[in-house]
Design a protein around this ligand. Structure first.
Ligand code: ADP
Length: 411
């Protein structure tokens, strides 16, 4: 039997197939609407061999997901070999971006739960509808198969009020629900467990473990974790707060926003578009939102690309400082995500100045060790870990757990 994992984003759906018993991945793929409207590209990657690509007519996620499942079933003989990809699905696990204040753990998705999820649409208007579409597509394509949801916000269910409340009128929280939620929780949860494993700190061990986890990808956030529990996350009410990102501004003085609205005649829609799509690495460099490209340009002498990297590193470094202080010190700094796992330069820039927190990066190890590994010097009081994040594995694992529980619960 297999587990299907669906991770629906704003313009793509990533999917993965895992063996139910071993949790080994057997196939993965992606549905991408980046090209022509109503056309999607499906890429299916078996664990061995070449990816299979197909262009399809898919006006929506539902059609796309149904097509991807058909493709998985029809791909003979390599993918059609049942010993290779078992297409008998026992459970489907969905990544969902927002569970509001209510959803604190993985859930079985049934009709009332879908209704609950719909209540969070205003909190993530691009992602929640995509997740719901993926759920409905899976219900159609795999009728009767258990569906499970993992919510990115759930890992932050225990952050204290001092960290989740904003210093605005308290009624904003009471009446409008404005508070910090935190995002990327599935990745931060995986890295928390993996870091403890790498450091030999078993859950419940006497030594408290203080981690700052930096997930640096197209979207970026950091989490302070004490003994496996998230204390705070740099993203807030929305995923716009915190680090500078590919195209997102991250934290800026709210007075700037008032100023450009009032004095410069920007509309709310224009400001929204600028802060989400025209800021960050793209906004400063004027070149690209892709870190690799900005880094290459900076190394080739492009002044604004260099400035973008400097601002990026400065902001990551200062937020690590704030989070480490929240924890009262640091046992390990974790880098994950496309940038965190791969950019030797960024890691070295970020760690400059973190010696005061006991972070001593080993330049040679930083340049040569691939995730998962430790790149701190032998005598560094705080370890520096590179971890390849595995959100899909976390979803598969929790989906399996709930499938087994529901089997036992049902007798
Ligand atoms: P997402 O947040 O969409 O999952 P990723 O975690 O894959 O994104 O991160 C994408 C970012 O990682 C891009 O900005 C990309 O340029 C950057 N990246 C990927 N590989 C490298 C590399 N070798 N060096 C520097 N940056 C990299």
């Amino acid at each position: 039997m297999s587990i299907l994992v669906l991770n629906a984003g704003s313009s793509s759906v990533k999917f993965g197939v895992f063996d139910f018993d071993t949790l080994e991945p057997t196939a993965r793929g992606m549905l991408d609407w980046a090209g022509a409207a109503r056309r999607a590209t499906i890429t299916l990657k078996p664990p061995h061999g070449e990816p299979v690509r197909q262009e399809i007519d898919a006006p929506d996620y539902r059609t796309g997901v149904i097509h991807a499942l058909k493709m998985l079933k029809q791909c003979p003989p390599r993918l059609g070999d049942p010993s290779f990809v078992d297409r008998r699905f026992r459970v489907v696990g969905h990544r969902l971006i927002h569970g509001g204040e209510e959803i604190r753990r993985p859930v079985v998705i049934d009709a009332p739960m879908k209704k609950t999820i719909r209540r969070f649409i205003h909190l993530a208007p691009l992602h929640i509808p995509a997740g719901l579409e993926a759920i409905e597509a899976a219900e159609t394509a795999l009728p009767g198969v258990l569906q499970v949801g993992l919510f990115d916000t759930a890992f932050f269910a225990d952050i204290p009020p001092a960290a989740y409340l904003y210093p605005v009128p308290y009624s904003w929280y009471e009446e409008w629900g404005i508070r910090r939620f935190g995002f990327h929780g599935t990745s931060h949860a995986y890295c928390t467990e993996r870091a403890a494993e790498m450091l030999g700190a078993a859950p419940g061990s006497s030594r408290p473990l203080r981690l700052v986890i930096c997930h640096l990808g197209q979207g970026s956030s950091a989490t302070a974790v004490r003994d496996g529990v998230a204390i705070t996350n740099t993203m807030g009410f929305t995923p716009l707060e915190g680090f500078m990102m590919g195209t997102r501004s991250g934290t800026v003085d709210p007075g700037i926003l008032l100023y450009v609205l009032r004095e410069k005649g920007l509309s709310v829609a224009e400001l929204d578009d600028i802060l989400h799509h025209k800021s960050g690495l793209l906004g400063i460099s004027g070149l690209s939102s892709d870190f690799r490209q900005v880094e290459a340009a900076a190394l080739a002498g492009h002044a604004r690309a260099r400035l973008a990297i400097d601002i990026y590193a400065y902001r990551v470094r200062t937020m690590i400082g704030a989070l480490a202080v929240t924890l009262g010190g640091l046992d390990a700094l974790v880098f994950t995500g496309g940038i965190g796992e791969n950019s030797v330069w960024l890691r070295s820039e970020v760690c400059k100045g973190l010696e005061c927190l006991g972070v001593h990066l080993d330049a040679q190890r930083n340049a040569s060790v691939a995730p998962d590994g430790d790149v701190a010097t032998g005598d560094s009081p705080a370890r520096v870990l590179l971890i390849h994040t595995r959100e899909d594995y976390m979803i598969a694992r929790e989906a399996r757990r709930l499938a087994l529980e529901s089997q036992h619960g049902g007798g």
